[in-house]
Unconditional design. Structure first.
Length: 104
C-alpha cells in the first residue's frame, strides 16, 4: 500500500469514528438504551470475528494438510523414480549371468 492510500484509509477510519460519535449523540433512544445497543452490537461483532477467525484457522489447517499430502506424494514418486533409475543402471551394467561386464 503506498503512502497516499494509507492516508486515505486513515481519513476513512476518522470519518467512520466521527460518524459513529455523531450518531450516538443524536440517537433517538435514551442513554441506557443506546449503551445497551452498543454493547449488544459489540458482543455480536466480537462473536462474528471469533467465528470468522476459527473458520480462517480451519481453512489454513486444511490447506497446510493438503500441502503436506502433495509434498509426501511427490517425495514418494521421486524416491520411486530414483530407485527405478538405480535398478535400470544395475541391469545395464551387469550381464545376463549376473557377472559385471568388463569396463574399458
Amino acid at each position: 500500500m503506498n503512502d497516499r492510500e494509507g492516508h486515505g484509509f486513515m481519513w476513512f477510519l476518522a470519518g467512520l469514528g466521527i460518524g459513529a460519535l455523531v450518531g450516538v449523540l443524536y440517537a433517538p433512544k435514551s442513554g441506557r438504551e443506546t449503551r445497551d445497543d452498543l454493547m449488544r452490537r459489540a458482543d455480536e461483532g466480537r462473536e462474528y470475528l471469533n467465528t470468522r477467525g476459527r473458520q480462517a484457522r480451519d481453512q489454513v489447517t486444511q490447506f497446510a494438510d493438503r500441502g503436506r499430502d502433495v509434498l509426501s506424494r511427490q517425495r514418494e514418486q521421486f524416491t520411486a523414480a530414483v530407485e527405478a533409475g538405480k535398478q535400470a543402471y544395475r541391469e545395464a551394467t551387469t550381464s545376463e549371468g549376473g557377472v559385471k561386464k568388463p569396463t574399458t
